[in-house]
Write a protein that binds this ligand. Structure first.
Ligand code: C5P
Length: 239
């Protein structure tokens, strides 16, 4: 597989074309951003950790029957994925109140929810990723009723697999964000990444935060927290 021209550079990743029109080459960067890019830092090792953790979690999901864009990890910071057209929605699943949910609704952080909730946000940095209702999604033509139902179903399936998996490792999966895309055949695939950048992960015993809140809220060393997650997942796999 050959790496070709840069297709797109985002806040955390670079996407390159390959010699296969259906595959793209992703490189995870060491950049950390929060609050819609207002807070920024370069953190050595972050790209490697997110690439390793995402690769392990997508492999785990694949074993459990969840189709994703992930093909293989290529190096410490790179992976090969299927090319998809990203649906411009961020799908968030919450098991426990935290973050923007707690802030917006005045609900104490750490309060378990009676059942997992799915929320959608518009992927638009200029607008600050506003939360959307299903009707607003239909109005903007971002997805139809069947697709929204499919996204919810897939997101809840990912939640049940990952919640049990993390629980075995002594970690509470508080909430997380997913992105989905459509491949050349129009199939909806889980895409982007699943890492401590996109999940809230709390130690079951101590409630210590092992995710990007460490950076957002200046709670300590981000790579120590991510390294802790990677070790519990079984450590880096050889490529
Ligand atoms: O900030 P909020 O509480 O809405 O975030 C919910 C979950 O989605 C958190 O795990 C957060 O890390 C993730 N998220 C993300 N990218 C965003 C917004 C939220 O990964 N742009």
């Amino acid at each position: 597989m050959e790496k070709r021209a840069l297709l797109y550079e985002g806040k955390a990743k670079r996407v390159y074309m390959t010699d296969d029109e259906n595959l793209v080459w992703i490189q995870y960067k060491d950049s950390a951003t929060a609050f819609n890019g207002e807070k920024k830092a370069e953190i050595t090792g972050k790209g490697r950790l997110n690439n390793e953790i995402t690769s392990l979690l997508f492999s785990k999901l694949h074993e459990a029957g969840v189709a994703s864009h992930f093909v293989e990890r290529l190096s410490e910071t790179e992976q090969l994925v299927k090319k998809v057209n990203i649906i411009p929605l961020e799908t968030v699943v919450r098991n426990v109140a935290a973050g923007s949910f707690s802030k917006r609704l005045g609900i104490e952080e750490g309060k378990p929810l009676s059942k997992p909730l799915v929320e959608f946000y518009l992927k638009n940095d200029d607008l600050g990723d506003p939360i959307m209702t299903d009707d607003q999604i239909f109005e903007l033509g971002l997805a139809n009723e069947k697709e929204v139902a499919l996204l919810k179903e897939k997101a809840l399936k990912v939640n049940s697999i990952l919640s049990s998996f993390f629980a075995e490792l002594g970690i509470n999966l508080i909430d997380f964000k997913l992105e989905f895309g459509k491949d050349a055949a129009g199939e909806v695939l889980l895409a982007d990444e699943i890492s401590p950048d996109t999940c809230r992960l709390w130690d079951k015993e101590t409630n210590a935060k092992l995710d990007k809140d460490v950076f957002r809220r200046d709670l300590g060393n981000l790579t120590d927290a991510y390294e802790n997650i990677l070790e519990r997942l079984g450590g880096p796999q050889h490529v």
